[in-house]
Write a protein that binds this ligand. Sequence first.
Ligand SMILES: [Cu+2]
Length: 162
Amino acid sequence: MRTAIGVVFLAFFLASSATITQAQTIQEEGEVVVVSVDSTNLRFSPETVTITEGDSVRFFWSGEILAHNAVDKNGLFDSGDASRNVDYTFTFERGTNGSFEYVCEPHEDFGMVGIIIVNAAPNEEMPPIEDNSESESFLPGFSTVIAISSLGFASLFSRIDD
Ligand SMILES: [Cu+2]
């Protein structure tokens, strides 16, 4: 009987770690919004981007007539030297919510500027709080997995005992 309890606890542990790993994978996924250069060659397209914490902005253009870059005014991101071909992705992590003005350094005076608005991530995507009632609602099906595993192992053991 002691072994059976041990196995149930093992099942509980395995179910917990599998569920937590899945939750972390979901949190790491974010949208990627592409910012390019429009046909005038002196404007970002789109000029204003609204995203959520965890999302990324990909500054991507190639074969442009003029060389461009994208540099945050407060230094959070910088695509490097102006170039006719740029592929630079920046991820706005948690805690970066706010507005970010950036410029193309060679063409700032021509009005080649952009804004990225980063909204705070919704609460349910925050890391799980160490509280059983919270994590139950955050991880639906969690208790079901444990119940099924426990039943499975229990019936396995009663069969062996016979
Ligand atoms: Cu430019």
